[in-house]
Design a binder for this molecule. Structure first.
Ligand code: 13P
Length: 256
């Protein structure tokens, strides 16, 4: 799914909103989405909330996706959901390789990359999350970690598959911590990601989102960075008021 050069404000609702709460928030976000010229709002509810949210967003400018997806077309994969199942409800993207999947549920670089590659090959948009831990940053391993996580994917896809890819730089230490990365750190990481892409492909680097403690207080300077195409937002995506503030900031900054 093309984001057409607009800033992407993607709410990752994690395991935080019931179907009823997700539907109520989507109802508020639909009219807001319609007003935006330079930005798009994307939301990733829990699987169980997707049908209710889908009914609300149908035909609107609000984009619906999932927090995870499996690459196989169908089969004995207990607990997993396929691209076809997501499409049935109008989902247009899925997040893959979130650090919570990697750290809590043991998804390795290899597994996250295999998932994402199989999904991209089906022409479905993937937001592929990568990022270093606090320890890795302290040990100056950020570049190596980003390369290992992204390279695992880039060696499994073609340049054409990459046209459906969005990369999210989410430093693990910034997620849910209230400690946002400094603009310099974000700029450097995004340049590193672009350089890794260039090692493999000659086409333009995919859009790169920043994620980790994004709020209305810190977003203005982040969205103005050259290589930042938007944000993957956790806590601050859970209320309409906060999303409205973020959308206004994004609109003031203009298109990426
Ligand atoms: P927070 O915005 O709550 O730090 O979460 C970020 C995140 O993990 C988005 O995927």
């Amino acid at each position: 799914m093309a984001h057409k050069g607009k800033n992407v404000l993607c709410g990752n609702w994690k395991m935080k909103l019931s179907a009823a709460a997700a539907k109520a928030l989507a109802l508020e976000l639909v009219p807001l989405s319609r007003e935006l010229r330079h930005s798009q709002i994307w939301v990733a509810p829990s699987f169980t909330a997707i049908p209710d949210v889908a009914a609300v967003v149908r035909g609107s400018a609000l984009r619906l996706g999932a927090q995870n997806v499996y690459g196989a077309l169908e089969g004995a994969f207990t607990g997993e959901v396929s691209v076809g199942m997501l499409k049935e409800f109008g989902c247009e993207f899925a997040i893959v390789g979130h650090s919570e999947r990697r750290i809590i549920f043991g998804e390795t670089n290899e597994l996250a990359a295999e998932r994402a590659a199989a999904v991209l090959k089906q022409g479905f948009t993937v937001i592929f999350c990568i990022g270093e831990t606090a320890k890795e940053r302290k040990e100056n391993l950020t570049g190596e970690v980003l390369e290992a996580q992204l390279w695992a994917l880039l060696t499994k896809i073609s340049e054409a598959d990459g046209s459906h890819l969005i990369v999210a730089y989410e430093p693990v230490w910034a997620i849910g911590s209230g400690v946002v990365a400094k603009v310099q750190e974000i700029a450097e990481a995004h340049m590193t990601i672009a350089a890794i892409w260039k090692k493999r492909f000659s086409s333009a680097c995919p859009p790169i989102l920043y994620g980790g403690s994004v709020t209305a207080d810190n977003f203005a300077e982040i969205i103005r960075l050259d290589l930042v195409a938007g944000a993957l937002i956790g806590g601050a995506s859970l209320t309409f008021e906060s999303m409205q503030k973020l959308a206004r900031i994004s609109e003031e900054a203009g298109s990426c």
